[in-house]
Write a protein that binds this ligand. Structure first.
Ligand SMILES: Cc1cc2nc3c(=O)[nH]c(=O)nc-3n(C[C@H](O)[C@H](O)[C@H](O)COP(=O)(O)OP(=O)(O)OC[C@H]3O[C@@H](n4cnc5c(N)ncnc54)[C@H](O)[C@@H]3O)c2cc1C
Length: 277
């Protein structure tokens, strides 16, 4: 007879971390949109499921001196629609708006989205260019990491055993900056990206975040004379992003196809962000 899964409903983050650390094969349950599919298809077996829904305080979203503090259980839909997010970090609001479809966004959480670790996620591209940080708590204590350092390999994150994402900190989008998010889907409207590019232009600097175009989300920054014309910006952006684009062939397209689509998305995002300054 198969071993039974133990379900935990902790009421503190410390209890959640302790249950996760003590489990043979434990998993955290955020919105469940990824976990449910894997459990149902038998591609994931868990000795213990730790539901974060009973931990108070993880669903908060507030403005801070530097930007936004977003609890791990805030839904993608709230990130898309909350006036505070739209005012403080409109690029983030736009990227969350383009994840999957409303049914997923109503349930999926910002913490679960990052912890999913899939290289085809959209939000990391924007969170990286916005210099966002992720807060991680374990029985050993609390640490924060730049989102740029959170993805450490193909579908692998920096989460250690017993560690849980509790919040993300998103700096305020600088006044006078220009931003753009360009997503290309090759299968269906509500699907994961074939190429996902976020661009943020601040004065003569241009940051580019790429999703689905390499084994992890990646980010780069270039400097240009502030009056550079669009053609120069597009060429510089393609030259900077090109070496980072190392796509994985899958049902959404071959590596060569994704590279070609990715370079178009890079040029579009870069020139649009530049023009929006
Ligand atoms: C049909 C479909 C389309 C999709 N399209 C897109 C898309 O276009 N763009 C995109 O970016 N994504 C897409 N996704 C992925 C989707 O965004 C993620 O599945 C979702 O964000 C996961 O969030 P969740 O809260 O439901 O996570 P869960 O399913 O609860 O968990 C996902 C993983 O994270 C872990 N986890 C959850 N919360 C935490 C936490 N706080 N700390 C540590 N670990 C945690 C879980 O143990 C599990 O390993 C799609 C998914 C589906 C099913």
């Amino acid at each position: 007879m198969a071993a039974r899964t133990v379900h935990h409903y902790p009421t503190t983050i410390a209890a959640a971390c302790a249950a996760l650390a003590a489990a043979d094969a434990g998993l955290v349950y955020g919105g469940g949109t990824a976990v449910q599919i894997m459990l149902k298809h038998g591609t994931l077996a868990a000795s213990d499921v730790i539901d974060l829904g009973t931990v108070p305080g993880l669903g908060g979203l507030r403005e801070t001196d530097t930007g936004l503090r977003v609890g791990a259980l805030v839904t993608l839909r709230r990130m898309e629609t909350d006036p505070l997010v739209r005012a403080v970090a409109p690029l983030a609001a736009e990227v969350y708006r383009q994840v999957a479809h409303p049914r997923i966004r109503n349930t999926a959480t910002v913490g679960g989205n990052l912890a999913d670790g899939d290289h085809r996620l959209d939000p990391p591209a924007a969170l990286m260019v916005l210099d966002a940080r992720v807060e991680l708590v374990s029985p050993a204590g609390t640490r924060t990491l730049p989102v740029r350092e959170f993805f450490v390999g193909a579908d692998r994150t920096a989460l250690a055993r017993g560690e849980i994402i509790t919040a993300i900190e998103i700096p305020r989008q600088p006044a006078g900056s220009g931003a753009h998010f360009e997503k290309f889907r090759s299968l269906a409207a509500g699907d994961r990206p074939c190429a996902s590019v976020a661009a943020l232009a601040i004065g003569g600097r241009l940051r580019l975040g790429l999703g689905a175009l390499a084994p992890t989300p990646v980010c780069t920054e270039i400097a240009l004379p502030p009056e550079s014309p669009a053609a120069t910006v597009a060429e510089a952006a393609r030259a900077a992003a090109g070496p980072l684009i190392k796509p994985i062939s899958d049902a959404r397209g071959s590596a060569a196809y994704k590279k070609s689509v990715g370079l178009v998305a890079v040029a579009t995002a870069a020139t649009s962000a530049w023009a929006n300054r």
